[in-house]
Design a binder for this molecule. Structure first.
Ligand SMILES: NC(=O)c1ccc[n+]([C@@H]2O[C@H](COP(=O)([O-])OP(=O)(O)OC[C@H]3O[C@@H](n4cnc5c(N)ncnc54)[C@H](O)[C@@H]3O)[C@@H](O)[C@H]2O)c1
Ligand SMILES: O=c1ccn([C@@H]2O[C@H](COP(=O)(O)OP(=O)(O)O[C@H]3O[C@H](CO)[C@@H](O)[C@H](O)[C@H]3O)[C@@H](O)[C@H]2O)c(=O)[nH]1
Length: 440
């Protein structure tokens, strides 16, 4: 059945899921209060970098399945299903900032008529679905029938469209069987495990999943330090662990830790949610602490390797929190650059997608979209994001361009032996015990 769907919020999640529901044949209108964004979107001009999204948006606008508006009231009036996908950032005290969700409820509830299913796709604290349902019913006209369903989103930036059409699972938390079934049905073309739960469990599944993945990363980063101390290779350790199907091979890449708009925010939120019910979530506290330390330790590693950084020029390759996105939210590179600048280093930086945005966040950094421009006259090269374009550089040329043949790789992109053969002092994470003895 073709449904009429309004998606509120055109950030990553709203834009990708709205477009994908249109692609599945539904009639979708995406809403944002940011009028400039809507004007751009109405011309199929996509404000985020996401492979394949531009083409999919344009095709669905052309077929008449997808449109954009800043008029929330009109959009919810013509839709039976309303998906909330606004931001839920963290407040200074660690609580989740629910102001965007609150403003959507206040703006639309008085205009809801007949039966409406509200779907919470934003990542929200447990209990939000219950609260949204109560609040909306209070504000909506008496004859409206409102049901709130939790349908957390698990897509990753950079592979968002693929993840939407090929998810590992779809989680639907509903207290109203018919609404839950209808939300299941809008996903019909997608073949995957469908987990129907109560609302609270669905809300917790999202935080639990992100917290667990973050824990895997912090665990392997801790192992990497042990590896360096005992002369083992964390790549082999991760591979050997991952071959055990109970552990799995994913999210065991040691590096400079996780960043982005989700893991840092959601781990902090889950810690606070536990604290608010008098529970000290000790593992999660350590996961967060290890992740922060990982950035500091990397800077120490650069410092140890290069000595006094005063006046040295360091080429930082990659700024986005991971490849295939231009997202700089909580990107480790930003902290690392600030710390290197504090130690007196001059920074030139390369990123194929995020360099332009970065100019708003970084000062005194020369930013480049051509990697060789960033490397020109640098004392050494530091890798902060594993972009394929960085892997593909001509390393003979790189060696001839930088003053000292030193690469400090925060993402373990290369085989240490290969880089050594190419004439580099190559320092990476959890694999460099011996070479550390030999550095300048
Ligand atoms: N980014 C991801 O990869 C990802 C993945 C899974 C889940 N999530 C979760 O999904 C939610 C959205 O994330 P995002 O990265 O897309 O957010 P975002 O902050 O990039 O975008 C939110 C959008 O909502 C709009 N908005 C805010 N209040 C509004 C209102 N009252 N009416 C209309 N529009 C409004 C903003 O203008 C903005 O465009 C968050 O809860 C996040 O944790 C994000
Ligand atoms: O082995 C690994 C895997 C990832 N990372 C880092 O972890 C961060 C997050 O990576 P990833 O999960 O690929 O990106 P996101 O787009 O932030 O997606 C996560 O956060 C989303 C928002 O909640 C969820 O929907 C996704 O399921 C979840 O993977 C990045 O900084 C990566 O560099 C590592 O350091 N080592």
């Amino acid at each position: 059945m073709v449904e009429r769907i309004a998606v509120i919020g055109t950030g990553y999640v709203g834009l990708v899921s709205g477009t994908c529901f249109a692609e599945m044949g539904h009639q979708v209108v995406c809403v944002d209060r940011d009028e400039n964004k809507i004007v751009r979107l109405q011309q199929a001009d996509i404000p985020i970098y996401e492979p394949g999204l531009q083409e999919l948006v344009a095709a669905n606008m052309q077929s008449g399945h997808l449109s954009f508006t800043s008029n929330l009231v009109e959009a919810v009036k013509v839709s039976d299903i309303i998906i909330i996908a606004v931001g839920t950032p963290t407040l200074d005290n660690g609580d989740v900032d629910m102001s965007q969700v609150r403003s959507v409820i206040a703006g639309m509830a008085p205009h809801l008529t007949a039966t409406k299913i509200i779907v919470m796709k934003s990542t929200v604290p447990v209990g939000t679905g219950r609260w949204v349902e109560k609040q909306t019913r209070e504000l909506a006209p008496q004859h409206a029938h409102i049901h709130v369903v939790s349908n957390p989103e698990f897509l990753r930036e950079g592979s968002a469209i693929h993840d939407t059409f090929h998810p590992d699972r779809i989680v639907i938390g509903s207290e109203h069987a018919e609404s839950g079934a209808r939300i299941a049905a809008i996903h019909a073309p997608i073949r995957t495990e469908l987990l129907m739960t109560d609302r609270e469990s669905a809300e917790l599944i999202k935080y639990a999943s992100n917290a667990f993945l973050a824990a895997k990363i912090s665990f392997i980063n801790e192992m990497a330090h042990v590896c360096e101390k005992v002369g083992a290779d964390v790549g082999f350790v991760a591979k050997g662990m991952g071959l055990d199907r109970r552990i799995g091979p994913h999210f065991l890449n040691a590096g400079i830790g996780y960043g982005g708009s989700c893991f840092p925010k959601d781990t902090r939120a889950q810690l606070k949610i536990a604290q608010n019910v008098d529970y000290d979530f000790k593992i999660l506290r350590s996961v967060i602490e290890v992740n922060q330390l990982q950035r500091e330790r990397f800077v120490n590693k650069i410092h140890r390797t290069l000595g006094d950084l005063e006046g040295k020029r360091i080429a930082v390759m990659g700024l986005a929190f991971k490849p295939n996105t231009d997202d700089l939210r909580d990107a480790p590179a930003l902290d690392i650059i600030a710390a290197l600048q504090k130690l007196g280093a001059n920074i030139s930086a390369y990123d194929p997608a995020a360099a332009v945005h970065a100019s708003k966040l970084l000062t005194n950094v020369s930013l480049h979209i051509n990697p060789y421009d960033a490397l020109q006259n640098a004392d050494a090269m530091v890798i902060a994001t594993e972009w394929e374009a960085i892997r593909q550089l001509n390393y003979n040329l790189v060696r001839s361009m930088i003053k000292q043949p030193v690469i400090i790789d925060g993402r373990n992109m290369f085989e240490p032996k290969e880089m050594s053969k190419l004439g580099f002092t190559y320092i990476s994470i959890g694999r460099t015990a011996l070479s550390l003895e030999m550095v300048i």
